[in-house]
Write a protein that binds this ligand. Structure first.
Ligand SMILES: [Zn+2]
Length: 240
């Protein structure tokens, strides 16, 4: 059901309440680009749901604003979105090369030059070329960082993969394979180091126990700062 926009929750966001006969045992709230979705057990009174929404009003307002901001950035052409390399914001400049067969990407002095055969950089192929270029940088950086921290800790992964993960910065499989999000190349090197060390430590401690965090801290005493940086700024890096 769709509640009037003046109900609890952000003024501009509609609230959809979904009832579930099975599985759902608690009330959960999700903020999406289209509005707020509440999932509730079949017999939860509506007044109780309204009370939960009212109690979480500040969080809902903040999250709704962030979601709207993300949507507005995503609707911009790719070259107007924030692009970072190793923590530095880069400007994107385009050069038309009518005779070129493919797109080339080079970086110099804080500017990424994208050159290609199309009349402007709106071309989707230009975006793909920039992402390919960033992924190459990410692979080189992450291989070097893993080698560096493996030598210092004695923790050596079976393999490293650089992937397109929207929700995670890294992961470690039970076989000892490490996966990293290529967007880490946009973060400052210290934050990327934290993710590398975090995943390497999982090779010894496959959990987030106090023992795991002590191990991380023994390698990177300031890891909390980097974790905080990623929590605060990470969503912005995912916009490109
Ligand atoms: Zn972990």
């Amino acid at each position: 059901m769709r509640a009037p926009p003046s109900g609890p929750g952000p003024q501009t966001a509609g609230v959809t309440i979904m009832r579930s006969r099975r599985r759902q045992t608690t009330v959960s709230i999700q903020v999406t680009e289209r509005g707020i979705v509440v999932r509730a057990p079949l017999h939860t009174p509506e007044s109780q749901i309204r009370a939960i929404l009212t109690a979480r009003r500040a969080w809902l307002d903040k999250t709704w604003q962030a979601v709207q901001q993300r949507r507005s950035i995503r609707s911009q052409p790719w070259f107007e979105r924030p692009l970072f390399l190793r923590g530095q914001r880069l400007a994107v400049r385009y050069r038309c090369q009518p005779d070129a067969r493919r797109w080339t990407v080079t970086a110099a002095g804080g500017v990424v030059w994208v050159a290609g055969p199309a009349p402007d950089a709106r071309d989707e192929a230009a975006y793909r070329a920039v992402v390919r270029w960033l992924r190459r940088q990410a692979r080189a950086d992450l291989e070097a960082r893993v080698a560096h921290w493996s030598a210092r800790t004695g923790l050596v992964p079976s393999s490293i993969r650089v992937r397109d993960q929207r929700t995670r910065w890294g992961s470690c499989s039970t076989q000892g394979n490490l996966n990293f999000n290529w967007r880490l190349v946009m973060a400052p090197p210290a934050a990327a180091d934290y993710v590398v060390v975090h995943e390497l430590c999982h090779l010894r401690e496959m959990n987030h126990s106090p023992r795991f965090w002590r191990l991380v801290e023994s390698v990177l005493p300031d890891y909390r700062l980097q974790r905080k940086w990623l929590a605060e700024h990470g969503p912005q890096l995912r916009l490109f």
